[in-house]
Design a protein around this ligand. Structure first.
Ligand code: SF4
Length: 326
């Protein structure tokens, strides 16, 4: 470890003032402390925001759900409203990390967590994300767990969050508070693909704070769920995953929300799959045909070619689990 200063704030005003001076926000600390110990990250000032009043789960006026940024993963997963209205979110959270980590880590921290690329965490390896301009050891290295979608010549790392895949599928918005006031952005705009600047991962302005994630009201009834495929059944990141939500009325799919994880540099929304489903009746043939579009645009690497087929099968299986074949 190395010397750094630590300050605890009790209101958002104090947090923003500290953030403006360059302080790094910390709450559960389950990612950042690890990275500091490994000297991957070296913030000079930590600003503990865990006392801020951002721990509520509330139903919005329009019938959506707003989850405060400091709600613990375990609390969000167990919340009756989340469980009953958006089981895809509960399931994604419960399939993440370990029980101990879920008790500490927050929703805001979860979507901010950094990649599990082993080269990123090895300070002796070339990594454009950690050290811009140094290269990418994963491109010619062991890249079995890396991304096949949204990659660039500068970085091929996956985004590790399961919950973010569910939020992306449901077209949630991220609420932010900064020196210039409040704003909200879609998940698609909040998490950035690597392009030529993989060190820039979120569309956050200096000193901005995540205050909540808001899931919009969706047509009812809505069936949803999350499937995660991984090398072992617990405490492991996704090789592939699928978040699916379907609104089926009178035997016809009226709305479809689908996203994939473990395959993209950001949670990967699947609009071509969604379009294929809308207006159709559930059937095994439909799930198979729709899932064929899941890997459109994939650019596999030497060791992760298997992900293309695995992704299609994961999406197909989760469509069948959520939508049935009646
Ligand atoms: Fe770094 Fe990204 Fe390459 Fe991993 S894939 S070594 S995070 S630049």
């Amino acid at each position: 470890m190395y010397p750094f200063s630590f300050t605890k704030v009790s209101d958002t005003r104090g947090a923003l003032a500290a953030g403006r001076r360059g302080g790094r926000y910390i709450a559960g600390g389950t990612t950042l402390v690890d990275l500091m110990r490994e000297t991957v990250e070296r913030p000079e000032t930590l600003v503990d925001i865990s006392d801020l009043p951002l721990r509520d789960v509330t139903v919005t006026e329009r019938g959506g759900l707003r989850i405060g940024a400091l709600v613990r993963m375990a609390e969000a997963a167990a919340h009756p409203k989340v469980r009953t209205t958006y089981p895809v979110v509960s399931q994604a959270l419960e399939l993440s990390a370990s029980a101990q980590l879920r008790n500490m880590a927050t929703i805001g921290g979860n979507i901010m967590q950094r990649t599990r690329c082993t080269y990123f965490r090895d300070v002796t390896a070339a990594c454009n994300k950690r050290d811009p301009g140094s290269g990418c050891a994963a491109l010619k290295g062991f890249n079995r767990t890396h991304a096949i979608l949204g990659t660039s010549d500068a970085c091929v790392a996956t985004h590790p969050s399961d919950a973010a895949v569910a939020f992306a599928a449901l077209e949630a918005r991220v609420h932010l508070l900064g020196p210039d006031g409040e704003r909200s952005v879609t998940f698609a705009d909040f998490l950035l693909k690597p392009g030529s600047t993989p060190n820039r991962e979120q569309a956050l302005r200096k000193g901005e704070l995540i205050t909540a994630v808001e899931i919009p009201a969706l047509a009812r009834p809505l069936k949803s769920g999350y499937l995660k495929v991984r090398d072992r059944q617990s405490y492991e990141f996704a090789l592939t995953s699928a978040a699916v939500a379907l609104h089926i009325r009178a035997g016809v799919i009226r709305e479809a929300k689908v996203a994939a994880g473990g395959v993209g540099t950001v949670p990967w929304k699947l609009p071509a799959v969604e379009r294929h489903l809308i207006g159709e009746r559930p059937s095994q043939a439909l799930w198979t045909q729709a899932a064929e579009r899941a890997a459109d645009g994939a650019r596999p690497l030497e060791h992760n070619r298997f992900k293309t087929e695995l992704l299609k099968r994961t999406v197909e299986r989760q469509l069948r689990i959520v939508g049935g074949t009646a």
